[in-house]
Ligand binder design. Sequence first.
Ligand code: FAD
Length: 427
Amino acid sequence: MNEMLQQTPYWWEEAEPQPSLSELPMEPCDVLIIGGGYTGLSAALTLSKAGLKVVVLDAELPGYGASSRNGGMIGNLLKPGLSGLIEMFGLEKAIAIYEEALASVQFIQDRIAEEAIDCDLNINGRFYPAVLDKHLTAMTREFEARQTHLQVPEEMVDATGGKEDVDSSIYVGGLRQFHTGGLHPAKYAKGLAAAVERAGGSIIAPLKAEEIQKEVDGYRVRTVKGDIRCRQLVIATNGYSSDLFPFVQKRVIPIGSTIIATAELSENLVASLFPTKRMITDTRKMLSYYRPSPDGRRVLLGGRPTVFQASPADQARALGKRLTEIFPQLKTAELSHVWSGKVAYSFNFLPTIGSHDGIYYAMGYCGSGVAMSGYMGHKIALKLLGDPAGETAFDDLPFEDRFYYNGKPWFLPAAMIGYRIRDAFGF
Ligand SMILES: Cc1cc2nc3c(=O)[nH]c(=O)nc-3n(C[C@H](O)[C@H](O)[C@H](O)COP(=O)(O)OP(=O)(O)OC[C@H]3O[C@@H](n4cnc5c(N)ncnc54)[C@H](O)[C@@H]3O)c2cc1C
């Protein structure tokens, strides 16, 4: 394996996040948004277009968090599945929640089209290959529930059918989706940031929000460059949340996810591995997600490679092993990049949106936020604008905390070991 691995996202080769040095506003702004990923930028875009004076802060760079590091897979995945949602909330509410996840997939396409964002968008679907027969059975049950209640454009395929999407012999079949797809995540983040600025919004990054103080007519946020005053405040820090706003820190669990990219391969080889160029997510508990790069010259694979913290080289080695288990054809392929980012889970495995003490937030996309985060950011903006279209089926869902959790996920290694055992022994 290549020891000269780049430890920045492959995506940054073409779209590295850049500083954005707008002036600190002297007067109070209408809305200050903390966090310049898809959620914050999307909220800022809707608000700026409505004529409000909006400032976005990012402690690092616009899009520096998960939004320029992810797999670029657009989907409507909700971890509990439709059956889980029915159990949790009843049929009517479950359908309403799922319909919004589907709406987020349309929303991201509309936004990219409206803002003419050049981000290699390709709505050619996703394939979920099943590793075990029991996964396929569970998947079929879920598929049937969705067909009955939602008519999602999907189909089940057997092992031979699955090879149309992924040339691997380790799967027993799977679910093929037609309405989802992929994009270049860092180009999308950059395009959103540019759209915010075009619409009159200000982005200041790097600049960290250090402290929030409530005032009579809004909030004062302390930064090293001075205070910023605003009438309304939005927290969009997802997996990068800190004690800046303890209410969310105690309710979201940051989890690392790592991706490797191969060095350039022959286009024919990549096309033979992914004949339809669909995005792929397998069914393991410690799942792998993988895809061809938009130019069809590399393979990217992500997952959580190690239980405990490990060096980038060790993480790359572990993910490289997974890659060659799936594709022995890549035995001699070199890796060029390895990088990590943080996703945010909630305790009920669902995205969350709401307000606490008058401060708005949206986060907790549980690793499936490319479409949902922009949609939720837009919904927050509509809420701040007093537009009834800001209502969502997620509004009244619980955003739970746990007495044993204060923002440090000490229990993750134990959970990961449990998942690995289940994957290894198939239960
Ligand atoms: C490796 C990886 C792969 C993924 N793959 C996929 C995928 O293929 N498909 C999918 O749907 N989802 C995927 N996701 C999830 C998806 O990327 C996220 O759900 C989405 O990007 C969340 O956007 P966000 O704006 O809410 O958060 P982020 O993009 O993480 O932005 C939060 C921002 O807040 C900033 N911040 C934090 N604290 C402060 C502060 N005090 N002051 C100022 N700024 C602050 C951070 O610097 C950061 O930039 C993946 C995530 C990762 C990490």
